[in-house]
Design a protein around this ligand. Structure first.
Ligand code: PLP
Length: 391
């Protein structure tokens, strides 16, 4: 597959290896192991002398198609699929870091990612310093002689802060550290971190890559040395948080429509953001596609659109925010995102409910804040649904 094809084309054609049946749609190989022709072949496969499948914890042909396709979309040499987004982050850390290593991470990360770095990896003597997503100077100041990795998400959840990937890649590389970017919110359809200097990209395929809220999955992408020789694949095949063939097949089918879905999510989100910004009961809207966003220019340089997530602060605090949530009939009250169905969350009492009020205030998660992952329903119907409680 030549890499001069456009993303929309690669999303449909990359990675296909037809079987002897010449099927048109990608086959689903539900098999835990693979059969050898002889004892000699088994030995050659196990020793690595002969390439090929052995056991689905190591490789599976359906998973391989999904990996090759996602790698083509991100412009990566290599991709390893994992059971979830969290296991992609775990594989990346366990593959590359050791006790005594230090990580500098954005303060604005997915809750489970913060939990992994603070409450689990610290028990294995991997220490993390959290810094501002938007202040590169803080990243440089946090570096110490043990720093080996920078970790961020952009846009962040739920306030859509934008980190400057190219600037942080330069600081990471001056300090012999890798920059890892969780590209879940944008997907390669809107942002390709490796082209901006990142060393590794993480995905929760559970979100936009599947795109229809069906399965869990994840991936780590980067150059072949880091992924294959660097230990990430080695960790995965030994420890086992591998992507199932069935989930890979579902995600593969999701990828085929990624380009048009992300365009539609973005167009609908922009329309909702503009409507909210003009609404008298809304105090503030957080959406990178709006000129009022503090990093609008950086966002428009780094991503193709503002993406599909809009956060906004209602006037009237928690009471008013809950009224908006409870008045909806169409939007789903759930924390997932990246689905065709729009989802609505009150971060202060759900995703960020277990951190202290002080920590929430520091993170800018006010009681009136709501987050919508704008789906593919008609934007007019989404507006009508929000207006039930908002007025
Ligand atoms: C959901 C999410 C994850 C974790 O992915 P899972 O598939 O739920 O394990 C990681 N990062 C971001 C930004 C997410 O939204």
């Amino acid at each position: 597959m030549t890499s001069d094809l456009d993303l929309e084309t690669l999303a449909i054609h990359a990675g296909i290896h037809r079987s002897q049946f010449n099927e048109h749609s990608e086959p689903l190989y539900l098999t835990s192991s693979f059969v050898f022709d002889s004892a000699a072949q088994a030995a050659a496969r196990f020793s690595g002398e002969e390439p090929g499948n052995i056991y689905s914890r190591f490789t599976n042909p359906t998973v391989t198609v999904m990996q090759e396709r996602l790698a083509a979309l991100e412009g990566a040499e290599a991709c390893i699929a994992t059971a979830s987004g969290m296991s992609a982050i775990l594989a990346c850390v366990m593959g590359l870091l050791s006790a005594g290593d230090h990580v500098v991470a954005s303060r604005s990360l997915f809750g489970s990612t913060v939990n992994l770095f603070t409450n689990i990896l610290n028990r294995f003597k991997i220490e993390t310093t959290f810094v501002s997503a938007t202040e590169p100077g803080e990243w440089q100041a946090a570096v110490n002689p043990s720093t080996r990795m920078f970790f961020l998400e952009t846009p962040s959840n739920p306030l859509t802060e934008i980190s400057d990937i190219a600037a942080l890649a330069a600081i990471a590389h001056q300090n012999q550290a890798w920059l890892v970017v969780d590209n879940c919110f944008c997907t390669p359809a809107l942002q390709q971190p490796l082209k901006l200097g990142a060393d590794l990209v993480i995905h929760s395929a559970t979100k936009y890559l599947d795109g229809q809220g069906r399965v869990l999955g994840g991936a780590v992408l980067g150059n072949r040395d880091l992924i294959m020789e660097g230990g990430i694949f080695g960790f995965l095949r030994t420890a086992g948080p591998t992507l199932s063939a069935f989930n890979a097949w579902v995600i593969l089918k999701g990828l085929e429509t990624l380009g048009i879905r992300m365009q539609a999510h973005s167009a609908h989100a922009l329309e909702i953001a503009q409507w909210l910004e003009a609404h008298p009961n809304v105090a503030r809207v957080f959406y990178p596609g709006l000129p009022s966003h503090p990093q609008h220019r950086l966002a428009m340089r780094q991503q193709k659109t503002g993406g599909g997530i809009v956060s906004f602060e209602v006037k009237g605090g928690r009471e008013m925010a809950w009224r908006v949530v409870d008045a909806t009939k169409l939007l789903s009250i759930t924390a997932n995102l990246g689905d065709t169905k729009s989802t609505l969350t009150h971060p202060a009492t759900t995703t960020h409910g277990r951190i202290s009020q002080q920590a929430r205030d520091a993170a800018g998660i006010s009681d009136g804040l709501l987050r919508i992952a704008v789906g593919l329903e008609s934007p007019a119907d989404i507006r009508t649904d929000l207006a039930r409680g908002l007025g």
